[in-house]
Design a protein around this ligand. Structure first.
Ligand code: ZN
Length: 235
């Protein structure tokens, strides 16, 4: 992409907040940009083998930190580039205790049963420090929208519930992926269930095409990610 050489805005110089620590003692970081009343929580690296997702969260962090993209005045962006820093460090879906963090949220449909080892939901709902950091953050911020960056063989802008569809459609117009309300299999204990279905927060799980070159990933997705900020500013 071409980025302007002159910064558009003065980036916030604030240091990231530490939301908690992983089992391997890596900090889970949250960066804040902007001061608007509407809050967008953007997550990367929930699944550490989905490098396409946390590549985008880190590129977005770089873009905004350097002042090459602006957060609208109405919005505050809270960006957690790697919710699962241990998994990202070892390119593993699960956290250090082999728990799938997107099956560990304490939802009404959480279940201890699972079909495949990489989908192990943990011994109890909300058992993991990464999950607890996310729960605490959602409770503290009460964000108006959440975007979580993943990757999958079937790329899509996955949304949970009717309240999330408009955000998914807005992003899909920029990244040319289909907005879909159903990923095709049940996801008990997922963020979508926790945030969208149970808390009515518009929530999009962006499933980037798995295995794409990372430069191509960013070229395809940066406009859609910036569009999520614009969408929230207008809605
Ligand atoms: Zn994922």
């Amino acid at each position: 992409m071409n980025t302007p050489s002159t910064p558009l805005t003065q980036p916030d110089a604030s240091a990231p907040e530490i939301l908690g620590y992983s089992h391997e003692n890596r900090p889970i970081l949250l960066y804040q940009f902007g001061h608007g009343p509407k809050k967008l929580l953007l997550l990367g690296g929930v699944h550490g083998n989905e490098v396409e997702g946390f590549h985008c969260s880190e590129k977005l962090l770089e873009l905004i930190s350097r002042g090459h993209a602006a957060v609208p005045a109405e919005v505050t962006l809270y960006l957690c580039p790697r919710l699962n820093p241990d998994g990202c460090a070892s390119l593993r879906r699960t956290n250090h205790r082999n728990v799938d963090l997107n099956r560990n949220m304490p939802t009404q449909n959480w279940t201890a049963s699972f079909t495949h080892v990489p989908y192990y939901p943990g011994s109890t709902p909300g058992s993991e420090p990464e999950t607890q950091a996310l729960m605490k953050t959602i409770e503290k911020l009460s964000p108006q929208a959440i975007v979580s960056l993943h990757s999958y063989e079937k790329a899509m802008v996955n949304f949970d519930g009717a309240q999330s569809e408009a955000l998914a459609v807005a992003m899909s117009k920029k990244n040319n992926l289909p907005p879909k309300g159903d990923i095709g299999y049940p996801t008990p204990g997922s963020l979508g269930n926790y945030a969208a279905h149970e808390r009515k927060i518009p929530t999009v799980t962006l499933e980037i095409l798995r295995g794409q070159k990372l430069d191509d990933v960013w070229a395809q997705h940066y406009e859609g990610l910036l569009e999520s900020l614009q969408w929230l500013a207008k809605n």
